[in-house]
Design a protein around this ligand. Structure first.
Ligand code: CAA
Length: 696
């Protein structure tokens, strides 16, 4: 490889240019190159400019090196070496100067950026804290409070805000090397020398205990943001060298933690999940004009997502009034975005004037490239719609169903072009939720699959391939862990204890709160649909049906597992529900027993992992990482555990299997250990081994 840092002398100024595509990660060769470049410059130049080649300044430490043996020089020494140079050193920023990238910039003496540049310390998003002086230098430059905001959120800060805060000294438009050199020339002319941040006084202390407690609460069990606050506290209370030492220790502790392993797993696999080997070289079909069938919550959400991505959308409803209502929903969502400042009025006007129409006539879909049916979940309804689509759509149009559990093979077979049919399962609200399950049926053509993934990319979704089964990857696994929660309720845990235990695990909401939010009538309809096929050995609770029969569907009716009062956030437990549960236990002759939070979490997770392993074994999900991404982006699984399969690996698969076998002694119908899990344990392998291509 060419030099990772290219050295060039321009008059009195040495220019060090990073050359480590794609994002100039600070890998070993780059770090060594920076030290060599500074040393050489000190022999032949009067000032130094550091710039990034290609699309960005350094985007951070090289994450692929984490967990491997550490090779000197480390990033803290590189920053210190730059800072202690007797020459003035300028960082000229473009793209994203993130993590170690901003830390290198803070190690230089002057910082200039082009207007589109962004800076940030996103280490907490990897379960870490800035480990190359970021927690010590940033507060010295912008104060403890601002540093806490930037470091604990991990957010990217635009150039103008960075200038206001004092993170950078100047903004200039133009070529990043030229503006850096011009700045260095001005500094030399003005006789300016080095200006080390380390020499600035300690920032003023704030109430760190309160900030720490708040970060722990906000982080739902994440330890990195709270630990970063302790590191910033050190910056306020001790000298720079001691601060760097303590920051390093905290960084190394976090690096060894399961949470950072989980978050690094999430970082790489949210990128890897949609890169399917089978699609290499397969060109997606054209994707400009979209049709959406149905203007309900789902259809409107999908339409908004597509319009925001610049696609043209024709929405079809059954009559003019329904089309108008659908258009109203779309306008309402977009107006909400304008109000919140997420969408400009101009863009809103352009979308409503040009790219969107709602009609009551399928013939309007004659020229669209892809149609997404988001109508009522009933096979007869779907088949009637697909017959219409088959009649009106041009040859080569992709016909997609947003069904969340129905058989896509059966839908495909009802058309004359099954190879053009695919499932595209969005999650509600579809313009917000990141997950898209791309459901590949038996006859779906590869370029139709590629088109599904291309749509996901255009809509900025995380797209995951799924095979066909009832519920696909996500809803099938959900059904199992939800059933496990229902069993625990019958045996003595309250829905409220289960919700508490699972939020303590890191979920944003517990399963019963989610049920209330989504609408309990959905589960009720599924139970009724599956009742004829139910095995007599299956344990089913009937109290949720009684709640539904009484018209209590959750938040939308003001009552579900919880009671909701208008204008109040969240609900309070409903004693009537507790009575229904107690009555059912009495009827079944069950004596309620206590469940600890730990036991609830363990059983819930074991049910999730066991079903997920079956989903992988059957090829519905190709790899464990596909399951992890589905749960992270569609079901609120805590990112700091990386996903259920990553969490299982970190717990040890043998201990998970042992618990499942133990639970099976009580109920061997529900707890049937996955064959894949059993084979993995026997072979001493992990789910991650399967991600890497291993087999058992
Ligand atoms: N190390 C190694 N690889 C990295 C990387 C990093 N820091 N950042 C990005 N990459 C890789 C990605 O995995 C991806 O690889 P593939 O093409 O093989 O999938 C490739 O670079 C391009 O990345 P994106 O697809 O994400 O490109 P983008 O343009 O959409 O986004 C980005 C670019 C904003 C820099 C984004 O990649 C990003 O946020 N990167 C992580 C930044 C970060 O977290 N930095 C802090 C690192 S930790 C640290 O620095 C610790 C410390 O204090 C010492």
């Amino acid at each position: 490889m060419a030099d990772a840092i290219q050295y060039k002398l321009m008059g009195e100024i040495a220019i060090l240019t990073a050359n480590n595509p794609p994002v100039n990660a600070l890998s070993h060769a780059v770090r060594q190159g920076l030290i060599d470049g500074i040393e050489r410059a000190e022999n032949e130049a009067k000032a130094v400019v550091i710039v990034g080649g290609g699309r960005t300044f350094f985007a951070g430490a090289d994450i692929t090196e984490f967990g491997k043996p550490f090779v000197e020089p480390g990033l803290p020494s590189v920053c210190a070496r730059i800072e202690r140079s007797p020459l003035p050193v300028v960082a000229s920023l473009h793209g994203t100067a993130l993590g170690g990238g901003l830390e290198v910039a803070l190690g230089t003496h002057y910082r200039i950026a082009i207007p589109s540049a962004k800076v940030g310390l996103p280490e907490v998003l990897l379960g870490l804290l800035p480990g190359a002086g970021g927690t010590q230098r940033l507060p010295r430059v912008i104060g403890a409070e601002n540093a806490i905001d930037i470091i604990t959120s991990g957010r990217q800060v635009g150039a103008s805000e960075a200038l206001k805060l004092g993170i950078i000294d100047e903004i200039a438009d133009g070529d990043v090397e030229e503006i850096g050199v011009a700045y260095a020339e001005r500094l030399l002319k003005a006789g300016k020398g080095p200006r080390p941040v380390a020499d600035l006084p300690c920032p003023t202390a704030i109430d760190f205990d309160a900030a720490y407690d708040l970060a722990l609460k906000k982080g739902r069990g994440q330890i990195a943001p709270a630990t970063a606050i302790r590191a910033i506290e050190v910056a306020c209370n001790t000298n720079f060298d001691e601060g760097i030492e303590q920051e390093r220790q905290m960084f190394m502790t976090l690096l060894a933690s399961p949470q950072s392993k989980g978050m690094i797993h999430a970082f790489f696999n949210e990128r890897a999940v949609s890169k399917l080997p089978e699609l290499k070289g397969v060109e997606p079909r054209a994707l400009n004009a979209l049709g959406v069938i149905g203007g309900g919550t789902m259809g409107a959400g999908i339409t908004v997502a597509a319009l925001l991505a610049g696609l043209d959308v024709t929405m079809v409803e059954r009559d003019a009034a329904a089309a108008e209502a659908g258009a109203g929903r779309v306008a309402g969502i977009l107006q909400g975005s304008v109000k919140r400042g997420k969408l400009s009025q101009d863009k809103y006007d352009a979308i409503m004037a040009g790219g969107f129409r709602a009609v009551d006539n399928y013939d309007a879909l004659a020229d669209v490239d892809l149609v997404i049916e988001a109508a009522f979940e009933e096979m007869g309804v779907k088949k009637a719609i697909f017959a219409e689509l088959d009649r009106v759509c041009k040859q080569g149009a992709v016909l997609a169903s947003n069904t969340s559990y129905l058989d896509v093979n059966e839908i495909a077979a009802s058309t004359s072009r099954p190879s053009d049919v695919i499932g595209l399962h969005f999650f509600s609200p579809a313009h917000v939720m990141k997950l898209l399950e791309v459901v590949v049926a038996d006859q779906t053509a590869p370029d139709v699959v590629a088109t599904g993934f291309a749509l996901g990319k255009a809509l900025r979704k995380i797209s995951v391939r799924s095979g066909v089964c009832d519920g696909f990857i996500g809803n099938r696994i959900l059904k199992t862990y939800r059933t496990c929660a229902d069993h625990m309720v019958l045996d003595g845990a309250s829905p409220y204890e289960i919700d508490k235990a699972m939020t303590a695990f890191g979920f944003a909401m517990g399963p019963f709160e989610v049920g209330d939010l989504a609408g309990l009538d959905i589960g009720w309809a599924t139970r009724k649909r599956l009742a004829p096929t139910r095995d007599p050995h299956e344990r089913v609770s009937t109290y949720p049906d009684k709640m539904c029969e009484a018209g209590n569907f959750g938040q939308k009716t003001g009552k579900g597992y919880y009671i909701y009062e208008k204008g109040k956030r969240g609900g309070t437990p409903d004693p009537e529900v507790t009575k229904l549960i107690e009555a059912e236990r009495a009827e079944l002759g069950i004596t309620a027993r206590d469940f600890s939070h730990e036991e609830i979490q363990r059983r819930y997770m074991c049910a999730m992992i066991n079903e997920a392993a079956k989903v992988v074994d059957e090829g519905i999900a190709r790899r464990p990482l596909d399951v992890d991404m589905v749960l992270l982006f569609g079901y609120g699984f805590p990112r700091h555990w990386g996903g259920p399969m990553k969490w299982a690996d970190m717990q040890g698969l043998d201990s998970i299997l042992a618990d499942i076998n133990r639970y099976a002694e009580e109920d061997d119908f529900f707890w049937q250990p996955s064959d894949l899990l059993t084979r993995l344990v026997a072979a001493g392998k992990s789910f991650d081994d399967l991600n890497k291509g291993d087999t058992v």
